[in-house]
Design a protein around this ligand. Structure first.
Ligand code: FAD
Length: 450
């Protein structure tokens, strides 16, 4: 007979680890964390590439220097995480055309201003008449030339804060720091985990409450508890479940619910958009791009929106690494995920040769993360419409019986960010603790929960 634990947490990304930490701090330690992958971290993931550590998922701590402290920045400081200031507002002054000429900064600044104003106008119209078809509005001021398309891409996929207030920047400040630490962004998760899970001296987690390679496939839930089945046929029973898998996984039906989730829940889940965001890493024998101040980012203006548009060099993070990163999103991300890395390398090289001439060396290595095709992610992060009705996030977050939902997609203010995941782990767990205190299982102030 399986032993029933208090809470099973599905997923060991930042929200799941945070949830477990808050439970432990409240005396609830008969907890199981079931993680599908062979590692913790989820969308915080490092890999060795070209002699350094690169971040395939989250790379920046966004929202620093404002009136409220960003908890992830605080954690990074206490953990001595190495970071460097990063400012992609300079990207607009380094826009290359297909013949390698940089658009004069005046032209770029003017186009940028125009694009910001038109985006704000469009937003206001949408706000005042939400029933107007957004695609019609978009049609009237659609960017057409390569520079307009490039600016539209930076504005909407990187610098939305120029157009609409984003809580991350309003609350926590407008500075962003790139994580540049050989231990990876994930070092923060290990620092959190070591406060409540047994960890060896060399930093490995060795605690039977964390189970890796456990792909949850079914949640059977009733008034009495939840029974969790994994792909390898194991069954785990708990009074409650905290489900921290991404919105993409919830949409994908990897996990079935018995009885099925109510209609309001499934509808809310399917109404949340997913952003696919891919950083492609290229290693070169030597640098051929400018590296001075304000040159960390550069942009390629092409007639196809988002075609190898946004580039970054890694010299600030790792001097001498000779690595470039190009970011693709959505349709372009899905397209390159479906082709071979050699094809992607050839496309990227052609773009680079257009910008920097034919004498540049070939890349020696390429790394293409596949967040869309990863069945434990199915995308990079949730992307709520700008004027989201509060109901939508509320419904995505709301528990169903004994199943509680957490993760960046359940954070109304900070969805899409690491701190969104972190804070959602706290919020969901507080709500669960309330529920447990109300329930009979909670043994008053001795704080043992059986
Ligand atoms: P996850 O990290 O996805 O954790 C969920 C866990 O559940 C995963 O470990 C997964 O393996 C596991 N899981 C899934 N299915 C199952 C199953 N069936 N059974 C068991 N386990 C399962 N944020 C920033 O703040 N700054 C950035 O610069 C930034 N850049 C990003 C770039 C990319 C490419 C990506 C992908 C994300 C980026 N983000 C960034 C967003 C940030 O990474 C996420 O918001 C955050 O890490 C999400 O944490 P989470 O705990 O909600 O989800």
């Amino acid at each position: 007979i399986p032993i029933k634990c208090s809470v099973i947490i599905v997923g060991a990304g930042i929200s799941g680890i945070m949830a477990a930490k808050v439970l432990a701090e409240n005396g609830v330690d008969d907890v199981l964390i079931l993680e599908a992958a062979d590692r913790i971290g989820g969308r915080i993931r490092k890999e060795d590439f070209g002699g350094v550590t690169v971040e395939l998922g989250a790379g920046w701590i966004a929202g620093v220097g404002g009136k409220q402290p960003n908890p992830v920045w605080e954690l990074a400081r206490h953990s001595d995480l190495r970071t460097c200031l990063s400012d992609y507002s300079n990207a607009r002054y380094n826009i290359y055309d297909h013949s390698g000429k940089i658009f004069p900064s005046g032209v770029a600044a003017q186009s940028y201003q125009k694009a910001v104003e038109s985006a704000i106008q469009k937003l206001r119209k949408q706000e005042s008449s939400p029933d107007v078809d957004a695609s019609l509005l978009a049609e009237t001021a659609a960017p057409k030339t390569p520079i307009e398309l490039a600016i539209d891409f930076i504005l909407h996929d990187f610098e939305m804060a120029e157009v609409e207030p984003i809580s991350t920047y309003v609350d926590f400040g407008d500075r962003e720091f790139l994580v540049a630490d050989e231990r990876g962004y994930e070092h923060l998760l290990y620092k959190m985990a070591e406060t409540f899970l047994f960890t060896t001296e060399d930093g490995e987690i060795s605690d039977s409450r964390l189970k890796l390679n456990k792909v949850v496939r079914e949640l059977q839930h009733s008034r009495n508890g939840v029974s969790v089945k994994t792909e390898d046929g194991s069954v785990f029973d708990a009074h409650y479940v905290i489900l921290s898998v991404s919105i993409g996984v919830l949409q994908s039906h990897l996990i079935s619910f018995l009885p099925p989730l109510p209609r309001w829940k499934t509808e809310a889940i399917s109404n949340c958009d997913i952003m696919v965001y891919t950083k492609v890493f290229l290693k070169f024998p030597h640098k051929f791009w400018p590296c001075g101040p304000e040159k960390e980012f550069f942009v390629y203006a092409h007639e196809r929106r988002g075609y190898y548009t946004f580039w970054q060099h890694m010299e600030n993070a790792y001097p001498g690494s000779n690595i470039l990163v190009v970011t693709l999103t959505n349709g372009e991300s899905k397209r390159i995920e479906a082709q071979s890395d050699q094809e992607t390398l050839a496309e990227a090289m052609e773009v680079l040769r257009n910008m920097f001439g034919h004498d540049i060396p070939d890349a020696m290595d390429i790394l293409v993360p596949r967040w869309w095709n990863n069945r434990f992610q199915r995308g990079s992060y949730s992307n709520y419409p700008i004027y989201t009705n509060h109901q939508l996030v509320g419904d995505i977050k709301a528990p169903v019986g004994r199943i509680f939902f957490t993760g960046e997609h359940t954070s109304e203010k900070f969805s899409g960010y690491v701190h969104g995941g972190y804070l959602s782990g706290i919020d969901t767990t507080k709500a669960l603790l309330e529920e447990m205190r109300r329930g009979k299982e909670w043994k008053n102030e001795s704080q043992t929960f059986r």
